[in-house]
Design a protein around this ligand. Structure first.
Ligand code: SF4
Ligand code: SF4
Length: 307
């Protein structure tokens, strides 16, 4: 099941719920969540579940819905915390409950979002700038909220065993590059905000892979980027390959990395355009200067005539 808040920074709002201890994959925890606990599904309301691109893909496939319909029916747009990046979270019903919770439990349990799988074991990274070549120190922490009776159960397992049981590893692998993008953006602060166009592009690529595929194959995208045939064939059919490719595209478009290569002729055309813009700016400056000089000469001549 899920809990109220999900990321390390969220828990900082109420740090008393985080046990003051760093856990490794081999650390042991005592916890079990099952339909017999008295609090069953208590944690599936008043929550903030941000969906990653991988969550959206899995969920809409499970529900057999096109991305747009899934987004409209089950999500609410939001800004990812401390960034200017738009994303979506699960839309709660009028009672503040998750749209997928029933008395029997989670309707979408096999494909539940990453955030629901992590609880009560959070993961934190130091050096979260997401920069290339910078190693981050990873550790785990345990969240113990008063309403959650799972901690009173007798089951003992390592963090590694817990994560394997919850299917967290595959989520981590598929979410890692997207989270790095978000962390990297966070490290910029708000000094340099994304243009409206960049925000729209980030939202489209992160939430709707069908549209992203259309954008690749039905716009000038392939005239701009050099993409090898093998990659093209993979991303045409395979959503997971397209998801991985989308991270490369976002990195390259938002941070100028070399993940995707821009075609030589495009670079030349852009250089020429910038050069022309510079020439026309210079001409404009000369023109303004000439006008000022003429005005000054007129004023001087008028002064001379008065004498
Ligand atoms: S998706 Fe499932 S586990 Fe997550 S909050 Fe909703 S009902 Fe609970
Ligand atoms: S034991 Fe904890 S995680 Fe499980 S349903 Fe209860 S509150 Fe949710």
């Amino acid at each position: 099941m899920a809990e109220k808040e999900k990321s390390m920074s969220d828990y900082e709002k109420n740090p008393s719920n985080i046990l003051p201890q760093k856990y490794t994959l081999d650390s042991k925890i005592k916890f079990r969540c099952h339909p017999g606990v008295s609090c069953f599904t208590a944690c599936c309301g008043n929550i903030n579940i941000i969906l990653t691109p991988f969550d959206i893909l899995r969920l809409r496939k499970y529900l057999k819905l096109p991305a747009q319909e899934f987004l409209l029916r089950f999500t609410t747009p939001m800004m990812i915390e401390k960034t200017d990046m738009p994303g979506v979270k699960l839309h709660l019903d009028e009672n503040g409950r998750c749209p997928f919770v029933t008395d029997e439990g989670c309707m979408i349990y096999p494909e539940r979002p990453s955030a629901c799988r992590y609880y009560p074991v959070g993961m934190a990274n130091f050096h979260e700038g997401g920069q290339e070549g910078v190693d981050s120190e990873q550790f785990f922490f345990l969240v113990k909220e008063p309403h959650c009776k799972g901690h009173e159960e007798d089951k003992v397992w390592t963090i590694r065993e817990w994560r394997a049981d919850q299917g967290v590893d595959v989520c981590d692998e598929m979410n890692r590059e997207w989270l790095e993008l978000v962390m990297r953006r966070k490290s910029f602060g708000f000094q340099a905000t994304l243009s409206e166009q960049a925000k729209k592009m980030f939202f489209m690529v992160s939430t709707d892979l069908d549209k992203f595929r259309e954008f690749i194959f039905k716009s000038s995208f392939l005239n701009t980027y050099e993409i090898d045939q093998e990659t093209l064939e993979k991303i045409k059919e395979d959503d997971i390959e397209l998801l991985r490719f989308s991270y490369k595209y976002l990195r390259s478009a938002l941070f100028g990395t070399k993940d995707l290569k821009i075609k030589e002729e495009k670079i030349k055309a852009k250089t020429e355009e910038i050069k022309n813009q510079q020439v026309s700016k210079e001409q404009e400056a000369i023109h303004v200067y000439e006008e000022l000089k003429a005005e000054r000469d007129r004023m001087l001549a008028a002064k001379q005539n008065k004498k």
